[in-house]
Design a protein around this ligand. Structure first.
Ligand SMILES: Cc1cc2nc3c(=O)[nH]c(=O)nc-3n(C[C@H](O)[C@H](O)[C@H](O)COP(=O)(O)OP(=O)(O)OC[C@H]3O[C@@H](n4cnc5c(N)ncnc54)[C@H](O)[C@@H]3O)c2cc1C
Length: 385
């Protein structure tokens, strides 16, 4: 039986980027996905500005393909409190926003063009162990039902929020606040320009922004106990004062997709006995409010590929802690604050009076500056005192 250097499970941003980097370095890589591409993914489809640099490192052709896919260019974020009061934070540069059908297909194709073998409609189900270490995966072709074992030097679990690989490696923690999301594409939304918008309400929040060609991507995020509200998607959007009347239900151009609950954390990102690691949402995902998931998936892929190529998987766990700890804390704080409307009202009031703090916060969540710069006592006091 053929033994691959790496089998990557999941061809989202995390898996495709990892496969690309490994294949480019000469490794024999098999990239599996249960879906057939182009495939959709519930997402607000905004790439934080720092993602551009990672795409460039993946290959100038990759960045060129993204730039050629007619993406929207976002120059900042508008954060709207439950009362309708709004603060704007600006990036120093801009970020791309484009449908995941396009972005993920570009990354998947780029991995293939570097030599990774891609197999779609193949769902990983079990891990193979040898001498205590992960040594491959067993996967099933979804069309035929045929099961096959794929042996590998390393298995990369990049299979997203409900990762099979993560669950097989150990405990996956569900952490609060538990939320669920409904996403859609709507054309000709009034007043949408070059900003992403986050509107906090009681309960939940909505996020929307342009993704090119006159289309706006919209996400309605609700506490899990309020999930039934998602059935009245457009009525729910109108509940937010800053969004009311801006969406025309007849201009829905992609059906509403649901996902969640999210906020989960894998106890182990590297298998105890070696031979496997987790990257992207399979490793951890808190809340979409800050829009850092794609960046984390791409940057995590860089860290994972580096560790695999050095033959030192433990280095990956350390590198992730070093790289992401500030981001995790900031993301958690914002995720909790969003569930507390009076606090958001207060913070937005401060941000309106102190636009430099709004810029700082938006740049920290956009990964343009280290998250720790937004976590100093002076900044935190400025936001709430
Ligand atoms: C509502 C919402 C809005 C968001 N908005 C943003 C945003 O604006 N910006 C941002 O940066 N992030 C956003 N995110 C987060 C972002 O979508 C994720 O962080 C990102 O997709 C993670 O990439 P990934 O490659 O880890 O996983 P995914 O993109 O989920 O890819 C996982 C892949 O694995 C495949 N797979 C799953 N199970 C198996 C299996 N058993 N075998 C084989 N293949 C499998 C799937 O088909 C899929 O292709 C949002 C998330 C949500 C829920």
């Amino acid at each position: 039986m053929r033994r691959w250097d790496a089998v990557v499970v999941g061809a989202g941003p995390a898996g495709s980027a990892t496969a690309l980097l490994l294949a480019r370095a000469g490794a024999q890589v098999l990239l599996l996905d249960r879906a057939q591409f182009p495939r959709d993914k519930p997402c607000s489809e905004y790439l934080s500005p720092e993602s551009t640099r990672v795409l460039q490192r993946l290959g100038t052709d990759v960045l060129d393909d993204v730039a050629a896919a007619a993406p929207a260019h976002l120059t900042g974020m508008r954060v709207v409190a439950p009362s309708g009061a709004a603060a704007i934070g600006r990036f120093e540069s801009f970020s791309y926003a484009l449908p995941r059908t396009k972005l993920d297909a570009i990354l998947r194709d780029a991995a293939e063009s570097r030599g990774a073998e891609v197999r779609e409609r193949v769902k990983a189900e079990e891990l193979i162990y040898q001498d205590g270490a992960v040594a491959g995966v067993v996967a099933r072709e979804t069309k035929t039902g045929n099961r096959e074992a794929y042996r590998a030097g390393v298995v990369v679990g990049a299979d997203g929020l409900r990762s099979v690989v993560a669950r097989r490696l150990g405990r996956v923690y569900a952490i609060g606040p538990r939320r669920i999301a409904f996403t859609a594409h709507v054309a000709d939304v009034a007043g949408v320009h070059q900003l992403g918008e986050m509107h906090v309400g009681r309960p939940g929040y909505i996020g929307f922004g342009p993704i090119g060609n006159g289309v706006t991507t919209v996400a309605l995020v609700l506490p899990i106990g309020e999930a039934r509200r998602g059935e009245r998607f457009f009525a729910e959007l109108n509940r937010f004062p800053g969004a009311a009347g801006r969406f025309d239900q007849r201009r829905l151009v992609r059906r509403v997709l649901a996902t969640g609950p999210f906020a989960r954390w894998s106890r182990r990102v590297v298998a105890k006995g070696g031979g496997a690691l987790l990257v992207g949402d399979a490793a951890d995902f808190f809340d979409p409010f800050t829009g850092q998931g794609i960046y984390s998936a791409l940057r995590g892929a860089e860290l994972a590929a580096e560790a695999i190529l050095r033959g030192n998987l433990q280095q990956y766990a350390r590198a992730r802690r070093h790289e992401f700890t500030g981001k995790w804390i900031l993301e958690r704080l914002i995720g909790i604050a969003v569930g507390w409307p009076p606090l958001i009202e207060r913070v937005v009031g401060r941000l309106i009076r102190r636009p430099e703090l709004a810029d700082l916060l938006v740049r920290a969540t956009g990964n343009c500056i280290p998250a720790r710069r937004a976590l100093t006592p002076a900044v935190l006091a400025g936001l709430i005192a």
